[in-house]
Ligand binder design. Structure first.
Ligand code: HEC
Ligand code: HEC
Length: 442
């Protein structure tokens, strides 16, 4: 052997030895996401995205929202801003659903669930869903009784939507589109979910697979927060997506939702209903909301896990629940560009294993509410697989909050979930209780 060949052979051998050692280490770099114990008495929400800061004392200093884009503020200030109640002087209304994000996202901790209901309505024209005049979201409150929304009996498609939790949503935001697509592609054809592709407001409306909301109607936390600031609270901002506008549109953030009153649809922008000049928020509060949610830990399991839940765990997969309620995802690597280029996956959220028990895809399980948001007419009777993580912290179940037991929620599963429901019903009573115990341990 020449010297060169010998060196080559040694190198080859070294690589062969090194490979098995090196390969697992890339897998090892995936770690379980930090979880919260879902107990408001423990201060454990922060997941290390950005700086933590110190709790805000308004008597000493006002909280400052992130000034230099996502991740530039502090968790404690963002949490405080998420928890603030807005007033008419801040731009609240003229139509709104509540006064602050935390009013609805509060149980068991800031960012989580609430029992509030949103109301959406519309009608069918030539077989297609059409929004109620003035918009499908019919607000429950107004700052002026003349702006109060009322629908007529012509609106025959009506749906309540209960609050979903935002805890751990930063991890969900960091799941790559391809990861979601590979997951649904592996589902049996008859049960395959439909991923939505929805505009990212802060990225010139670039399309991304949706994942947030009962219809997977949003893909980014800034887009959802901007939309919620306008649609839940009446506060205009450049990320509000009004009329399908992206945040870079010249007139972004300058339109209030129209008020569909008993006297017809009123333009609620400007006098006499809207005393504050638009945009009512410069967009920084929206970044604070998004960053607060992104910096929350994922809902953690019940601790200790009861024996019944441990028995129910394999049954959940065996009877077919996990086909849609996907147990685990791994987020994209740190540094990956997501949200149409508007966000880089931060180290605290990258390569993390999460257990959302959702495929974030739409399915027809026979509960469809008939409402079409941004996924086309085909989505009218589809709903997003509800993520089951943290579900033990709520008791108004399914999109309309009309079920109060896991058993009844399972009985409502039909359509693509018929086989799973039948399998559940065919179990002996003790095993059915174990499946329910498992769900309530998530
Ligand atoms: C009146 C109650 C209410 C208020 C106030 C409210 N929300 Fe929500 N939120 C809801 C409801 C209801 C849903 C589910 C809506 C749907 O999908 O149709 C939701 C869903 C969400 C989601 C999606 C979570 C997921 O993973 O599905 C995010 C994110 C969110 N809200 C953020 C906010 C922010 C930020 C604010 C404050 C600007 C806010 N919300 C204010 C009721 C509210
Ligand atoms: C074909 C997909 C699919 C299968 C299979 C499936 N689910 Fe679901 N599940 C959904 C969808 C979609 C929703 C939301 C429906 C709605 O709100 O209208 C949901 C909602 C739920 C909810 C209510 C969650 C909440 O936040 O209110 C529970 C509990 C649940 N499923 C448990 C189960 C169990 C247990 C099984 C197995 C017996 C199962 N699911 C099988 C798609 C599925």
């Amino acid at each position: 052997m020449t010297k060169l060949l010998r060196i080559f052979a040694v190198l080859l051998f070294a690589t062969a030895v090194a490979l098995p050692v090196w390969m697992p280490s890339t897998v090892e770099s995936q770690t379980e996401a930090l979880t919260t114990d879902m107990d408001a008495k423990t201060d454990d929400l922060f997941n290390n995205f950005g700086a933590r800061g110190t709790p805000v004392d308004e008597c000493v200093a006002e909280p400052v929202p992130p000034q230099a884009g996502r991740g530039s503020g502090t968790f404690e200030e963002n949490k405080f801003i998420f928890s603030e109640r807005e007033t008419i002087d801040d731009g609240l209304g003229p139509t709104y659903n509540d006064t602050g994000c935390v009013e609805c996202h509060q149980s068991v901790d800031v960012g989580a669930f609430g029992q509030q209901m949103e109301f959406r309505a519309g009608h069918i024209t030539n077989g297609a869903f059409v929004d109620a005049p003035g918009g499908q979201l019919v607000h429950a409150r107004a700052t002026d009784s003349d702006a109060m929304e009322h629908i007529s009996t012509a609106e025959t498609v009506k749906s309540f939507r209960v609050v979903t939790s935002t805890l751990g949503d930063g991890f969900v935001e960091c799941i790559a589109n391809a990861t979601l697509q590979n997951n649904v592609n592996a589902q049996p054809l008859g049960q395959r979910g439909t991923l939505t592709a929805v505009p990212v407001t802060e990225a010139n409306n670039t399309l991304r697979n949706g994942r947030f909301g009962w219809k997977a109607q949003q893909a980014s936390l800034v887009s959802f927060a901007g939309d919620a600031y306008l649609n839940e609270m009446g506060i205009t901002n450049k990320f509000d997506g009004f009329g399908g506008r992206s945040s870079s549109a010249a007139d972004a953030g300058t339109h209030e939702n129209p008020c569909s009153t008993a006297d017809g649809v009123l333009n609620c922008t400007g006098a006499p209903f809207d005393p504050v000049a638009d945009p009512e928020d410069d967009g920084l509060d929206v970044i604070a909301f998004a960053d607060f949610m992104a910096a929350t830990r994922a809902p953690g399991r019940q601790n200790p896990i009861p024996a019944a839940a441990t028995r129910g765990d394999p049954l959940f997969t065996q009877i077919g629940c996990a086909v849609c309620h996907t147990r685990s995802f791994t987020t994209a690597a740190a540094g990956t560009s997501i949200n149409g280029g508007a966000f880089l996956v931060p180290a605290a959220l990258g390569n993390k294993i999460i257990h959302p028990f959702s495929d974030f895809a739409l399915h027809d399980v026979g509960t469809g509410d008939g409402i079409v948001q941004n996924a086309g007419q085909g989505s009218a009777n589809q709903m997003r697989t509800a993520p089951l993580w943290g579900i033990r912290a709520r008791n108004r179940l399914m999109h309309d909050g009309l079920n109060v037991t896991i058993f009844d929620s399972i009985q409502r599963h039909a359509g693509q979930a018929t086989a799973a429901r039948n399998n559940f019903n065919a179990l002996p009573a003790g095993s059915r209780s174990d499946v329910i115990a498992f769900v309530l341990s998530l």
